[in-house]
Write a protein that binds this ligand. Structure first.
Ligand SMILES: C[S@@+](CC[C@H](N)C(=O)[O-])C[C@H]1O[C@@H](n2cnc3c(N)ncnc32)[C@H](O)[C@@H]1O
Length: 217
């Protein structure tokens, strides 16, 4: 099941924004520290996923997780993103020796232009907390399940920690809904899409809202 979905947030990632995004996680102690923790979270999740020879990283953004995925034992890496700006930044910033190992494709997470079961594991970092409509999330989860033959590692913002408390305050102040998910409801959605939750890796338990789910398809 797949369909065209237009998400207003997707339009934000033009070339200028993508270039800034590439540099953002390398700047300053706190950004580098939190990037390190996020890389460690994904490395743990990939280890738990177990089968990572062929991996799709979607959305790959500016390629922040490529080295972690390759280090986990990936032999064929596909980096997909809807933004041509992001893909352009990768081509400009990454060394040729690394680019040789990666196939870059313009892909939409709601309609992934790849055949069924084309990768062992799909990685999806920092996308789902932007998807507010449960029906849209279901379409994306089903697409992940369709293209992966073994597992999916997907990150999201969850309730029950210091950062989610801060996010709730921010949302209240602006008259918005918090973007953090009740883990029980999130897991129901994942199960409704046909996944089996095999592991949960928290970036910094009790402090950070980032969690990566390891899902069996
Ligand atoms: C916050 S960035 C995360 C990128 C990367 N995973 C990371 O953590 O560095 C969100 C990314 O989602 C991409 N994106 C937005 N809508 C998308 C869609 N429908 N399909 C695929 N990628 C999309 C954007 O272009 C952007 O690169």
């Amino acid at each position: 099941m797949s369909q065209r979905i237009k998400l207003p947030f997707s339009n934000r990632y033009d070339y200028a924004y993508s270039n800034k995004y590439y540099h953002r996680h390398k700047k300053g102690f706190f950004k580098r520290f939190s990037n390190g923790l996020e890389q460690r979270m994904l490395a743990k999740a990939l280890k738990m996923a177990g089968v990572v020879k062929v991996v799709l990283d979607l959305p790959c953004g500016a390629g922040r997780f490529f080295e972690t995925i390759l280090k986990a034992g990936c032999e064929k890496l596909i980096g997909g993103d809807l933004s041509v700006g992001m893909l352009q930044v990768i081509k400009e910033q990454f060394p040729a020796v690394l680019l040789q190992k990666i196939e870059l494709l313009e892909l939409d997470a709601a309609h992934i232009a790849l055949p069924d079961k084309s990768v062992d594991t799909m990685v999806c970092m920092r996308l789902m907390h932007h998807i507010h409509d449960p029906a849209h999330r279901q379409v994306m989860y089903q697409e992940m399940r369709r293209v992966a033959r073994h597992s999916v590692c997907v990150s999201n913002w969850i309730e029950g920690n210091y950062k989610s408390y801060r996010e709730n305050l921010r949302a209240q102040k602006n008259g918005e809904k918090s973007r953090c998910f009740d883990p029980a409801l999130l897991e129901k959605e994942l199960e409704a899409a046909g996944f089996k939750v095999t592991a949960k890796v928290d970036m910094l338990p009790g402090i950070s809202y980032w969690r990566t789910y390891v899902l069996q398809v």
